[in-house]
Write a protein that binds this ligand. Structure first.
Ligand code: GTP
Ligand code: SPV
Ligand code: MN
Length: 586
């Protein structure tokens, strides 16, 4: 094995005092054993769906906890004004106390994993140590775990991810189906030493440390140093009726439509979308001057509510088998249910369910049957529209970058940046209403630059500068767009734009803009589409399209003034060009 890994395992065994140690090999037999264990501990309920299971979390452990997530760089200014910071030494001491004996009575799993195709020069191997078998079976679907990763690692150094649910099982104590420790939950990142330590939560990005902790927070620091980009972006291939293909990467905040766009079913004849990834993109410049993206993940961890045959038939097919569902509702015939699942199939709401909390639910219940952040975990290989180049070692060439947020007012359906600088400004100016993907109030507008607010591992001002610095002679800069699917009618509160498969019309406009095959209206806010270029027979009125495509100057002015104020918090780290682009009327 790897000497560094051996030493680290011994160190963690001494600290956490597990009952057993299990080095994960990634085999089928191993997965089956773990699943049997999860069924025995009542963490998993087998479903009437091949190879699929339901897990219900502790109701206090249902989403990422941003206020307990820390960047522990030596200097506070390197974490910047948007991250919680603690001095590494102080945080390490605090965590060592928490981790002391925390795995007593449990098995400690050592999970070597590779992010990115095993054959890719951009792939990275890391190791997660966890006391959660639920985490192991999820990681198995979302990354290449076990022997193959270990072989790729060889004798090299690696990022160390230590995780515990923070609930030791003392002699004679009875275990619970979802052990966790919400009072003490702490997720700490040490970018300078390549470590993550996460204590107390077993859910999603708090516990699957390969995902947000490694592939975004730590990887964004590595990317800054080595001149590449680690981004909260889906990756898709779009093919037009002539058979020409372009790849797009798109950054929307959590629960704002990445998985849905990544699996779009086109209603425009001859147009096709294929999926490379739905959440994270690692992008490097090729020798030909183009930007190439790989998906570091091998699976999806997607939002369940709202997923239906009408909104996302591809996701519905993807999750027909071999899927782990967490915090959805259970039907009386042993299947899954969530709010919105029946749309388009005409399925009626069941008269009885077991809710995500494990209690009886009827249509008269005041609570939701599925948690709004309930999720499915499934291997990307189950996706029926997987792009043929999905595992290409050098990635796919990106022609367009799309930013977007969830805003019920002010931000138009789509705009194109007139330059790379204006595009970076689009990303830096992103705002979105908060969602159930993170603990806290839902529906509150906040700044979420590049959809990276919770995921940038360093000073966001430096991150803006890193993006600006990507533009160099000899490089073919992707076109940049800013979309908003979520505008609402101010009177009825209904969405003005149908979204989902109809987003293909906006993708078509962007595709054609890249080769300037379609015109646009030139404005200080960027290029805006003409109504006729987005319209589709009978879909919505001309008046609605005008509302979607125009800019309310008064609302915009207010927004710009507030943005200038926001930018001030970055102080000297803010590139001058961004402050000047934020001036009203610019
Ligand atoms: P994370 O996995 O948290 O990063 O989320 P995501 O960005 O992948 O979001 P996802 O595609 O799962 O969508 C989240 C929610 O937004 C779901 O409830 C969707 O139904 C809804 N949604 C997605 N696309 C659209 C759209 O085009 N229009 C509208 N109105 N809702 C959408
Ligand atoms: C997100 O919140 O952006 C997610 C879910 O993709 S989690 O993995 O929990 O971060
Ligand atoms: Mn995400």
């Amino acid at each position: 094995m790897n000497a560094e890994l051996d030493a680290w395992i011994s160190e963690i065994v001494a600290l956490c005092q597990p009952q057993n140690v299990h080095i994960v090999d990634g085999s089928e037999e191993e997965a089956n054993t773990l699943i049997q264990k999860l069924i025995a501990s009542k963490t998993f309920t087998p479903l009437q769906r091949p190879g699929s299971y339901l897990a219900r979390s502790n109701p206090d452990d249902v989403a990422r906890v941003e206020e307990r997530t820390f960047i522990c760089s030596e200097r506070q200014e390197d974490a910047g004004p948007t991250n919680n910071w603690r001095a590494p030494k102080e945080m390490r001491n605090h965590l060592i106390e928490l981790f002391q004996g925390c795995m007593q009575g449990r098995t400690m799993y050592v999970v070597p994993y590779c992010m990115g195709p095993l054959t890719s020069p951009w792939a990275k191997v890391a190791v997660e140590i966890t006391d959660s078998p639920y985490v192991v079976v999820n990681m198995r679907l979302m990354a290449h775990v076990g022997k193959a990763a270990l072989e790729k690692l060889g004798a090299s150094s690696f990022v160390r991810c230590l995780h515990s649910v923070g609930q030791p099982l003392r002699a004679g104590a009875k275990d619970v189906s979802w052990p966790c420790n919400p009072q003490q939950t702490t997720i700490a990142h040490f970018p300078e030493t390549g470590e993550v330590m996460s204590f107390g939560s077993g859910y999603g990005g708090n516990a699957l440390l390969n995902k947000k902790c490694f592939a975004l927070r730590l990887a964004s620091c590595m990317a800054r140093q080595d001149g590449w980009l680690a981004e909260h972006m889906l990756i898709i291939g779009v093919t037009n009726p002539e058979g020409e293909k372009k790849y797009f990467a798109a950054a929307f905040p959590s629960a704002c439509g990445k998985t849905n766009l990544a699996m779009l079913t086109s209603k425009l004849s001859g147009w096709k979308v294929e999926c490379v990834g739905d959440d994270i993109a690692w992008m490097h410049w090729g020798e030909d001057g183009r930007l190439y993206a790989i998906n570091p993940e091998a699976g999806f961890f997607g939002v369940a509510p709202g997923t239906s045959m009408a909104s996302n038939p591809v996701a519905m097919k993807t999750i027909e088998r071999n899927t782990i569902f967490t915090n959805v509702a259970l039907t009386d015939d042993g299947n899954v249910w969530w709010e919105g699942i029946g749309v388009g199939k005409g399925i009626e709401e069941p008269q009885h369910l077991i809710s995500w909390k494990g209690v009886d639910w009827t249509p008269a219940s005041s609570e939701k049957a599925a948690h709004p952040n309930s999720r499915f975990t499934v291997s990307i290989s189950e996706c029926p529209i997987l792009d043929p180049s999905c595992r290409a070692p050098h990635g796919v060439p990106i022609s367009g970058i799309i930013f977007g947020g969830r805003r019920s007012t002010t931000i138009p359906l789509v705009r194109q940046a007139k330059s790379w600088q204006q595009g970076v400004f689009f990303g830096a100016s992103m705002t979105s209403e908060t969602t159930a993907a993170a603990k806290g109030e839902v529906g509150k507008v906040r700044h979420d630059p590049f959809a990276m607010l919770p995921f940038c591992g360093y000073n966001m001002g430096d991150y803006f500068a890193h993006w600006l610095a990507q533009e160099k002679p000899g490089r073919h800069m992707p076109a940049i767009f800013y979309v908003n699917w979520f505008l609402k009618d101010s009177e009825t509160g209904a969405f003005l734009w149908p979204g989902y498969s109809e987003n293909m019309r906006v993708l078509r406009w962007m595709f054609d803009r890249i080769d300037t095959r379609v015109g646009a209206e030139d404005s200080p806010f960027g290029y805006l589409p003409c109504v006729k270029d987005i319209a589709r027979d009978g879909k919505e009125s001309e008046a609605t399209l005008h509302k979607l495509l125009s800019i309310d100057k008064a609302a915009w002015h207010k927004e710009a003034t507030e943005l200038q104020e926001y930018f001030k918090r970055f102080g000297n780290a803010l590139p001058d060009i961004l402050q000047s682009l934020a001036s009203p009327g610019q």
